[in-house]
Design a protein around this ligand. Structure first.
Ligand SMILES: Cc1ncc(COP(=O)(O)O)c(C=O)c1O
Length: 469
């Protein structure tokens, strides 16, 4: 397996400012021919020197994104506003907007882009049973608001489970139920980040998290993740020099690579977070999806000072549609998070929480997980067999739902995607997961959604297609 390169340097400041302006144009804050804020105003907003903003505007002008009117200022060019590109009848807006959701919207028979589990492998029958039971037990469940922090019984069961299984010492008061991990990341970003605040983020990473942080105007500094974890010297240097507000990480069966950060690094990372006052946002939806051995304890288990927020979503292996996720953190951070949650939606639907609770506390959950692990391992092995036949490179993960694959020769992910989507095969091009927008010879293939037959057939077609490029 090719060894990943070391940590990438962050982009120059003017580039981060120009990216921020571009992002805001793309999401419609400024439209074609709108006047952009003055250099002075932006320098104040970003807390940078005026020359930095001047340089950012100059780059945008040279790229045709912005034009200058004498004595009047900078304006948005008409052609800088994104449009969809159509080739062979295929809409490939993904390359313009870098949105994972754009890819998921494209219909595909061979679905390798969704990091979701085949619904046939999920416990739908039991969940529908529980819907009826929940209405019998709590006839007024729909008649009142849920509590903002989340159902008491559910938080109590979760805190017990966490202390028994993951050695997390926490009370139910230190748990908040959110509508999925995505909402948790969003709430934390809203609380913590303003324009030009710095966030350390793995490279590659879960692209939706990048979109959320960018929308807050944050500057992203990549930290390379490899099969061995991170370069901790580099992490320390970045924390010391950039004083990031947070490090967003997915250290267990990481999306998209499947890598797991070793236990010794987890302890050191918590020490670094304490020393440099950098919040570690530990996103952990794949912990229970392991193949042979359980992964190391969460970073949260080593934290005594409240520098880790632990996000544990149940979307992947119980039901993505229930939108149940638990966030663990200490006070006073929890107080702020509860306020943010109350403003967002005043509490995750009580019905969903109760249905989940009944499944979570039944012995069925552990039986389901035991079977699921075997089924997913079989899926992974089918995909790996086809990759091996084609001579593609990847590092076998110990859990999770994805393979991070290096394309052979000089094939680019974009070229392969354009072809494969016409054959109804989808995957995630690596650049979407890369904070630097590179990694274009890498792709993420999810082995969990397509059934075994489609998986083999689709992989054979995909590798055959690559030989025509
Ligand atoms: C690392 C990571 N975090 C969060 C999510 C979103 O989870 P949820 O469905 O709970 O919002 C995903 C989904 O793919 C993910 O891979």
């Amino acid at each position: 397996m090719k060894k990943a390169t070391g940590v990438e340097q962050s982009q120059p400041l003017f580039r981060q400012v120009s990216d921020n302006i571009l992002n805001r144009m793309e999401r419609g804050e400024w439209r074609a021919h709108d006047k952009l804020p003055s250099i002075r105003l932006l320098a104040e907003e970003f807390k940078v020197h005026r020359l930095t903003v001047f340089k950012a505007y100059r780059v945008l002008t040279e790229d045709g994104k912005v034009y200058v009117k004498d004595k009047s200022g900078y304006y948005v060019s008409a052609d800088s506003v994104s449009s969809e590109e159509v080739e062979d009848g295929v809409v490939s807006s993904y390359s313009l907007s870098n949105q994972l959701s754009d890819i998921h919207r494209m219909p595909a028979k061979y679905q390798f882009s969704q990091a979701l589990i085949d619904p046939n492998l999920l416990p739908n029958i039991y969940l529908s049973d529980y819907v009826k039971k929940v209405f019998d037990m709590y006839p007024k469940v729909m008649g009142t608001y849920a509590t903002v922090q989340g159902d008491d019984e559910l938080r109590e069961s979760l805190s017990q489970h966490y202390s028994e299984h993951h050695r997390l010492q926490l009370s139910s008061e230190e748990l908040l139920i959110t509508s999925g991990a995505q909402q948790a990341i969003n709430l934390i970003a809203q609380m913590m980040l303003g324009p030009m605040d710095t966030v350390l983020i793995e490279r590659p990473t879960y692209s939706v998290a990048m979109d959320i942080f960018r929308r807050q105007g944050a500057r992203l500094i990549p930290v390379q993740i490899t099969p061995e974890g991170y370069d901790l010297d580099e992490v320390e240097t970045l924390m010391r020099t950039h004083k990031p507000r947070m490090f967003y990480m997915n250290p267990t069966h990481h999306n998209p690579t499947g890598y797991t950060v070793p236990a010794w690094q987890r302890k050191v990372l918590v020490e670094l977070a304490e020393r440099y006052h950098c919040l570690l946002v530990e996103d952990d939806p794949f912990r229970d999806i392991y193949f042979d051995e359980e992964p190391p304890l969460p970073l949260f288990a080593y934290d005594t000072e409240g520098w880790v927020v632990y996000i544990s979503s149940f979307s992947k292996y119980v039901a993505p549609g229930l939108r149940i996720c638990a966030v663990a953190c200490r006070y006073p951070f929890m107080e702020q998070l509860i306020k943010a949650k109350s403003l967002a939606d005043n509490g995750t639907p009580q019905l969903n929480q109760k249905i989940f609770l009944h499944y979570y506390t039944s012995p069925r959950l552990q039986r389901h997980l035991a079977k699921l692990r075997i089924a997913l391992q079989v899926h992974k092995e089918i995909m790996e067999e086809e990759l091996a036949k084609a001579g593609w490179e990847w590092t076998a993960p110990k859990g999770g739902l994805n393979l991070w694959v290096k394309l052979p020769g000089d094939i680019t992910a974009e070229a392969l995607f354009r072809k494969s989507i016409t054959q109804s095969i989808s995957f995630v091009p690596g650049e979407i997961c890369d904070p630097l927008g590179e990694s274009n010879s890498w792709i993420r293939l999810s082995f969990s959604f397509a059934n075994e037959a489609l998986l083999r057939e689709g992989m054979q077609q995909l590798t055959a297609l690559s030989r025509t490029l």
